[in-house]
Design a protein around this ligand. Sequence first.
Ligand SMILES: [Zn+2]
Length: 85
Amino acid sequence: MATSNKCQSCGMPLKADPKGGGSNADGSLSHEYCSYCYVNGAFVNPDMNMEEMKALVVEKLRERGFPRFVASFFAGGLDRLKRWK
Ligand SMILES: [Zn+2]
């Protein structure tokens, strides 16, 4: 399996995660999900659907000063991520 360098839930590069990734149930570091999405082997927002995640990602990127078209382009890549297949 190829290791992915971005969160398979929100698309954030794991390099940008201050913790370097989420945590698995056994406390080890997750290399698939970031620490905002995945803690102790479970999704932080298990009921969230892809459209809600896209809206959240756009909001977060806008907060960081990214133009809307960049945020929308980035959010458009979410449907290729493992969580949303
Ligand atoms: Zn994430």
